[in-house]
Design a protein around this ligand. Structure first.
Ligand code: GDP
Ligand code: IMO
Ligand code: MG
Length: 443
């Protein structure tokens, strides 16, 4: 149904809302990230007014294919590729201003326009070069116990935020205050860096780089909490773009092999200031199999599947280019994801990745030493010891990339999808059979 709702304005910006209704929707990853969130966000943005990033930073890499052009978004919401949509970087995101300026410039070169359509929270915390250096030093010093971070400084930046030593976007907008804050923070961090064997930073150089970035970002910086509140009051439809995935969540993930933010649905409210009673729906995105990049347990990891995908040129990280570890779909994990996120609908991506496999396995439980369990153990040592209990499905052995309707999918693919929906205790609403917009089936 088409609806025309009142114009909403915020400061100098305004927009008319004329489009089919879509409820306020949180979209999160139901596995270990890289589920194909960017592609699904891009498809859904067509029906939304505003797309908001609520957590993470440029550790994220969301791939969107529009025609023949491939875009990889790190900090800018994936909705930015649809003109006339508003994009918000919420307060829960940690922003590396130098990276953000580069990302904006890079997207501009690809034809994306940024005019009255990008809003950056003034209370978002900033990532500094000392965060990146500390991230790297800490990873190096951990040796085989490393987390396998993206080395973008995400952990140290969220650490400073929690320790109340962070510097926010609003601080960067105030030149005098910022210089003083930065000087103090660089002094403390240089001591830390030197203790870890790294070279210290010059606060003058960092300040100059950050001021240059601040000049370019200033027009976009605003109070996004009030902006989103006004948008809600005017019935604008908001799409919350999660980064990372449920099992990288600081509370609910496979700690300590996680990122440092709330990647689960709850993070959408704290990371944007939109209240929980404004949320209508949660979509969980999952691959038709499992991937993970970085260290940490992954019960269904399977070397032959990794080879299968890597030989096809698939499953290399969008941010770091690292080969992703691949394994069969783990419904113990996806069921847990349904529980902690309140997933109403699932989007299954990369179904086409399984097209050529004669037998497809799905993990339905774990064997932990002599016990069978059907939940995710919290102790990392236990998760590492879990051996998957598989149910096998016959493959469909035919290409799905041209399927556009449920009825066009091979029978065995439909059986597989029905089974994984049931095992994940949720309902499949979207199926993706290729990276392009059109390669999407909606039920
Ligand atoms: P995100 O971080 O969750 O947005 O996912 P990434 O972009 O890091 O990784 C997902 C990869 O899968 C990207 O290369 C996408 O272009 C690709 N992709 C998404 N959906 C599909 C699909 O259904 N089939 C295929 N073949 N590729 C897909
Ligand atoms: P998107 O949004 C997959 C992983 C890293 C590492 C751990 C901690 O594209 O799905 P960090 O740099 O955040 O401190 O790293 O988290 N990781 C991701 N894995 N997709 C991501 O984002 C990721 N962001 C971080 O590989 O294991
Ligand atoms: Mg990614």
């Amino acid at each position: 149904m088409q609806s025309v709702r009142p114009e909403f304005t915020f400061g100098a910006f305004s927009c008319w809302i004329i489009k089919p209704n879509m409820p306020n929707t949180i979209l999160i990853g139901a596995q270990w990230g890289d589920e194909g969130k960017g592609k699904i966000i891009d498809v859904l943005t067509d029906r939304a007014d505003i797309v908001v990033r609520m957590q993470g930073g440029n550790n994220a890499g969301h791939t969107v294919l529009v025609g023949k052009k491939k875009y990889v978004l790190h900090l800018i919401p994936s909705g930015s590729l649809r003109p006339a949509k508003k994009c918000v970087i919420g307060n829960g995101v940690v922003v590396d201003p130098i990276h953000l300026v580069d990302e904006i410039e890079g997207l501009k070169k690809l034809g994306v326009k940024f005019k009255n359509n990008l809003f950056i929270s003034e209370t978002a915390h900033l990532v500094f070069p000392y965060h990146r250096l500390l991230d790297e030093c800490r990873e190096n010093s951990k040796g085989k116990n490393r987390i396998g971070t993206t080395k973008r400084g995400i952990g140290p930046a969220y650490g400073d935020k929690a320790a109340r030593m962070g510097i926010r976007m609003i601080d960067l907008m105030d030149a005098d205050g910022f210089s003083e804050l930065l000087k103090q923070r660089i002094k403390t961090n240089n001591e830390l860096l030197k203790a870890l064997g790294a070279k210290g930073l010059s606060s003058k150089k960092v300040a100059a780089d950050y001021f240059a970035a601040a000049r370019k970002l200033k027009p976009f910086v605003t109070d996004t909490v009030r902006l989103l509140h006004e948008a809600c009051q005017n019935q604008a439809n908001i799409l919350f773009e999660g980064a990372q995935g449920t099992f990288l969540d600081i509370d609910h993930g496979s700690y300590p092999y996680v990122t440092s933010s709330s990647t689960t649905a709850g993070g959408a409210c704290t990371g944007t200031g939109v209240s929980p009673n404004r949320i209508d729906k949660v979509i969980g995105v999952m691959k038709a199999y499992t991937t993970r990049v970085g260290e940490g347990p992954m019960p269904t990891e399977d070397e032959s599947l990794s080879e299968h995908f890597h030989e096809m040129g698939r499953e290399f990280g969008a941010t770091t280019g690292r080969a992703r570890r691949c394994g069969w779909l783990d419904t113990v994990l996806t069921r847990h994801a349904s529980m902690v996120n309140g997933i109403n609908e699932i989007a299954v991506t990369n179904l086409d990745g399984l097209d050529t496999l004669p037998v497809i396995k799905v993990c339905v439980g774990y064997r932990l030493v002599s016990k069978k369990i059907d939940y995710v153990p919290n102790a990392m040592g236990s998760l590492a010891k879990c051996k998957p209990i598989y149910r096998e499905f016959p493959g469909w052995l035919s290409p799905t990339e041209k399927c556009r309707k449920w009825s066009e999918l091979p029978l065995n693919a439909r059986r597989y999808l029905k089974a994984i929906a049931m095992l994940s205790e949720s309902r499949i609403q979207i199926i993706s059979v290729g990276p392009a917009r059109a390669q999407t089936i909606e039920l």
